[in-house]
Design a binder for this molecule. Structure first.
Ligand SMILES: Cc1ncc(COP(=O)(O)O)c(C=O)c1O
Length: 418
C-alpha cells in the first residue's frame, strides 16, 4: 500500500519533517475509483450501495441487520430512539468517551448517568454499572474504549438480574465506535451476542472511513425496522407498518400486504424521525475500506508491538493492558504517563512533541466534568475517581496503519527523549 504525506517546512526544528498526527485515514486508488463509479452512476443517495454496505457490515460483524447512517452520533441517537428512551429515563454510560455517547440520551430527554471505569482497561465494568441501575434505567451504553471490548458477558448477566428485579426491559447499546474489527470471546464486536444493538463510526480517524458515517447493528427485526424509520423522518414504505389501510392499498377490501398492492404514491410517517441518511458515495468508500480492515488492523498491531517493546520498561510510563477475552483493534494507543515523576507538565510535554512534528491527544476529558453536564445534571469532579485519575495521566500517541517504521521510531525517540 503506497502512501504519500506532505512534508512540513516550518520553524527551524521542522525542516523537511513531516507532521505525524495521532490518527488519520488511509485512502488508496481503489477507494477513489469506488467513489468515482458512484458519482458516474444514477444513485448518489438512497441507492444500492447503502444496502450493499449494510450487508457487508452485518456479514462481517456477524449480526443479522445493519442500518447505515451519516455519523456515529446519529447511530447512537436512533439506537436510543429505537429503545424508546424518553423523559424520565436514565441512560448509563462511561465518562471516558467522546461526549456523543452521553449526548444521545439527552437528545431523547433522558438523564445520563456515569459509571466509573476499571483502572486497567479504562472501560466501564459490570459492578460499577450494577450500582447505578435503578427503576429509571432504560439503557446501558458500554463504550469499547480504544478498541478493547468491555466485559459484555458480565454486563449482560447484571442486566438480566436487574430486569427481573425491576420487571422491565433494560436495553444494552454497545458503543463500538472504536472497535470495528475487535474480537470479544472470539466473536467480532458487533455480533450483538450480549446486547440489543451495536453502534459504529466511520469518522476518518476510525478503522475504516466513509468520510463521515455510522451504523447500528442488531439481531432484532423489530428494532431494525424502527432504526430504518428513525433514520429517515419516521417514514415507512413497508405495507405491514401502514396504519391507514384504506388509504394505502389499491383495493382496500382485499388488501394483501405486499408492495404491488400499495398505491404507487403512498408512504406514511408513523414516528418523528430525522434525515440521518448516508449517501451512496460514502457507502462506496466504506465498502472499499472494509476490504482492507484486516490489513489495517494487522499493521496497527505491528506498531503496537513496537510501542510496547519501547515503553514497557519505563517506570513513569504504563502501556495499555490487554484483557485475555479481547483482541483489540487498537483504535488508540494510550500511554499513562506520570508527569509529576517525570517533572514536566502534560501541556509542556505535548508542546515539545508538537515542535518535533508529533501530534498527541487526550482521550478524553471525563464527560461528567464538562460544563454542560455539571450545569444541567449536577455531575462533577469526584463522581468517577478512576476516570479522573486516568485523565490526569493519559496521552494518545500516533497510531494509524500508514505510519512507516521510521515514523514509529521517530515517535519513540521523541517521547523517550523528552
Ligand atoms: C466513543 C465514540 N462514540 C461516538 C462517537 C461519535 O461518532 P461520529 O464522530 O461518527 O459522530 C465517537 C467519535 O469520535 C466516539 O469516539
Amino acid at each position: 500500500m503506497a502512501y504519500n504525506r506532505k512534508v512540513k517546512k516550518s520553524g527551524k526544528h521542522n525542516i523537511n519533517m513531516k507532521t505525524i498526527p495521532y490518527g488519520r485515514q488511509w485512502i488508496d486508488e481503489s477507494d477513489i475509483e469506488s467513489v468515482i463509479n458512484v458519482l458516474k452512476s444514477d444513485w448518489l443517495t438512497q441507492g444500492p450501495k447503502v444496502e450493499e454496505f449494510e450487508k457487508a457490515l452485518s456479514g462481517y460483524c456477524g449480526a443479522k441487520y445493519a442500518v447505515a447512517v451519516n455519523s456515529g452520533t446519529s447511530a447512537l441517537h436512533i439506537a436510543c430512539l429505537a429503545a424508546d428512551v424518553k423523559g424520565g429515563d436514565n441512560v448509563i454510560t462511561s465518562p471516558i468517551t467522546f461526549v456523543a455517547s452521553a449526548n444521545c440520551a439527552v437528545y431523547c430527554g433522558a438523564k445520563p448517568v456515569f459509571a466509573d471505569i476499571d483502572p486497567r482497561t479504562y472501560n466501564v465494568t459490570s459492578d460499577k454499572i450494577e450500582k447505578k441501575i435503578n427503576k429509571q434505567t432504560k439503557v446501558i451504553i458500554p463504550v469499547h474504549f480504544a478498541g478493547q471490548s468491555c466485559d459484555m458477558k458480565s454486563i449482560h448477566k447484571v442486566i438480566k438480574n436487574k430486569e427481573k428485579k425491576f420487571n422491565k426491559k433494560i436495553f444494552v447499546i454497545e458503543d463500538a465506535s472504536h472497535a470495528l474489527g475487535s474480537l470479544y470471546k472470539d466473536k467480532h464486536v458487533g455480533s450483538c451476542v450480549y446486547s440489543d444493538m451495536t453502534v459504529l463510526s466511520f469518522h476518518p480517524v476510525k478503522h475504516i472511513t466513509a468520510g463521515e458515517g455510522g451504523a447500528v447493528l442488531t439481531n432484532d427485526e423489530v428494532l431494525y425496522n424502527k432504526l430504518k424509520r428513525f433514520r429517515s423522518h419516521g417514514i415507512t414504505n413497508n405495507p405491514k407498518e401502514f396504519v391507514y389501510k384504506d388509504q394505502a392499498f389499491v383495493n382496500p377490501q382485499s388488501a394483501i400486504e405486499n408492495p404491488q398492492s400499495v398505491n404507487p404514491w403512498y408512504y406514511e410517517q408513523v414516528d418523528l424521525g430525522y434525515n440521518y441518511r448516508i449517501t451512496d458515495i460514502q457507502c462506496a468508500l466504506g465498502l472499499s475500506q472494509l476490504k482492507k480492515l484486516h490489513d489495517f488492523s494487522n499493521r496497527r498491531r505491528e506498531i503496537v508491538d513496537m510501542y510496547n517493546d519501547a515503553f514497557s520498561n519505563i517506570d513513569s510510563i504504563q502501556t495499555p493492558f490487554e484483557s485475555k477475552d479481547c483482541n483489540s483493534n487498537f483504535h488508540l494507543y494510550v500511554l499513562l504517563i506520570d508527569f509529576d515523576q517525570m517533572g514536566i507538565k502534560r501541556s509542556q510535554f505535548m508542546n515539545e512533541l508538537k515542535k518535533k512534528g508529533i501530534l498527541t491527544q487526550v482521550h478524553y476529558i471525563p464527560v461528567h466534568t464538562q460544563p454542560y453536564y455539571q450545569e444541567k445534571f449536577g455531575t462533577g469532579w469526584g463522581d468517577c475517581p478512576n476516570a479522573e485519575k486516568y485523565y490526569q495521566k493519559c496521552l494518545s500517541i500516533p497510531l494509524f496503519p500508514s505510519m512507516t517504521n521510521i515514523d514509529v521510531e521517530r515517535v519513540i525517540k521523541s517521547i523517550k527523549g523528552n
